[in-house]
Design a binder for this molecule. Structure first.
Ligand code: C5P
Length: 402
């Protein structure tokens, strides 16, 4: 989809990554998207208003009192004339001020006054990103429907390494597109999605895991976001990028995944696509040693909590709960039994038997099992399965909650 004719209000806050805002403006303009830039005072230390003005071909606003001529463009109008407000880069400071509802400069005044969706692209030092204060601010913003893209993991200007790098401009563009794209039947809805495997530690260096790549769950999160849902994706360890416009909570173990899901409630929709380890073992505090001649250590396994069943049968159950059933045999019978046993509304059943190439692969052949019957879908790329499932979810939610 082209962004021609759409309008983005781009708020650039301070930070070394502010230079990437220039590239973002270039990409948006190339698509025919109108861009109006607003800079915080700190941003002007990193890029000049003149560069943003030249690239956006538009006036750049950089302090509250430059908007004294209300008849021309007051701050309320400026905040509403756009289709989407984007904060990129979003520093820890502006995120904190957004969470706190401040209106201490033009940027935060616009963010408080706007009636449009807001997308933030955080950028900061890894410790600042991981700080409890920033986590709490992000949770507050997400609960208000603010969409997030990034941050990425990598080397930072401050010589540290970790999460905190501004998402690359093409990723921010994809997130903008996702938010502006087409009809938004799930606008105002919150969707919780789990994805990926879990890692259950055996000792400090070993763990129990499985072959889940997270591709299907991540694609579902992205597809629900494209339909306008606010999406919380609780993901086990995966090697694929975060989907655009989704709040990602990273966990390792099944128990952490359950806690993160419970914390993310209330939700209207929950899709449990993670391959949660069924069993865990008590973690040995030190690395288990091979003693010469000694038998291998026995692992005594205990059952992990069943997240799908717990949320399906718990207080504050989402209106629509969807589980997955990856089976190597008797796929349909197992899926139907699972639907009843776990208490969910739908099961997406797939055959992960030898040769199916589903676990870790890019395609999926699924059957949708509901109380009304079974639908067999053709083998499709995981993105297409996700889009189809998201459309079905939107239809169902429209009926159930309207
Ligand atoms: O029982 P089984 O693992 O086959 O069920 C698969 C479904 O249950 C999937 O939707 C999966 O995400 C979910 N599940 C879960 N917590 C577990 C095990 C499975 O949420 N501990």
């Amino acid at each position: 989809m082209s962004l021609a004719g759409k309008r983005v209000l781009l708020i650039v806050s301070g930070g070394i990554a502010a230079y990437k805002a220039l590239e973002l403006v270039r990409l948006l303009r190339r698509e025919g998207c109108g861009v109006t830039c607003v800079m915080t005072p700190a941003a002007a230390e990193f890029v000049t208003p003149l560069s943003l003005q030249a690239l956006s071909e538009n006036r750049v606003y950089h302090e509250l009192f430059s908007l004294t001529d209300e008849s021309e463009m007051g701050h309320i109008q400026l905040s509403r004339a756009a289709d989407l407000v984007v904060v990129a880069p979003a520093s820890a400071d502006i995120l904190a001020r957004m969470a706190g509802g401040h209106a201490s400069d033009l940027a935060t005044t616009l963010l408080l006054a706007t009636d449009k969706r807001v997308l933030v692209a955080p950028s900061m030092n890894v410790r600042m990103w991981e700080h409890d204060a920033t986590r709490a601010n992000m949770a507050t913003l997400a609960s208000r429907g603010v969409a997030v893209v990034g941050p990425d993991e990598g080397a930072m200007a401050c010589n540290e390494y970790g999460f905190g790098r501004l998402a690359e401009p093409p990723m921010i563009l994809a997130a903008i597109r996702a938010l502006l794209d087409g009809p938004q039947p799930l606008a105002g809805r919150h969707a919780l999605v789990t994805s990926g495997p879990t890692h259950e530690p055996i000792d400090p260096v070993r763990y129990i895991a499985n072959r889940s790549s997270g591709r299907q769950g991540h694609a579902i999160a992205a597809a629900l976001a494209r339909l306008g849902a606010r999406v919380t994706l609780v993901s086990g360890p995966v090697a694929i990028p975060d989907p655009a416009g989704v709040l990602v909570i990273q966990v390792e173990t099944g128990r952490q995944m359950l806690a993160a899901c419970q914390q993310a409630l209330p939700a209207d929709i929950a899709v449990f696509a993670a391959a949660v380890a069924d069993w865990r073992t008590d973690m040995a505090p030190l690395k288990l040693k091979k003693a010469p001649g000694a038998p291998p250590p026995g692992l005594s396994l205990v059952a992990n909590p069943d997240i799908l069943a717990t949320i399906s049968q718990g207080a504050g159950r989402p209106a629509l709960v969807v589980g997955f059933a990856a089976e190597t045999n008797d796929v349909l019978a197992n899926a139907q039994a699972k639907l009843a046993r776990k208490g969910c509304d739908w099961i997406v059943a797939n055959d992960v038997g030898e040769g199916s190439d589903v676990m870790g692969g890019t395609e999926n052949a699924v059957q949708l099992v509901t109380a009304a019957g079974v639908e067999t879908w053709p083998r499709l790329p995981k993105d297409a399965v996700a889009a189809r499932l998201a459309d079905r979810i939107a239809d169902q939610i429209r009926g159930a909650l309207s």
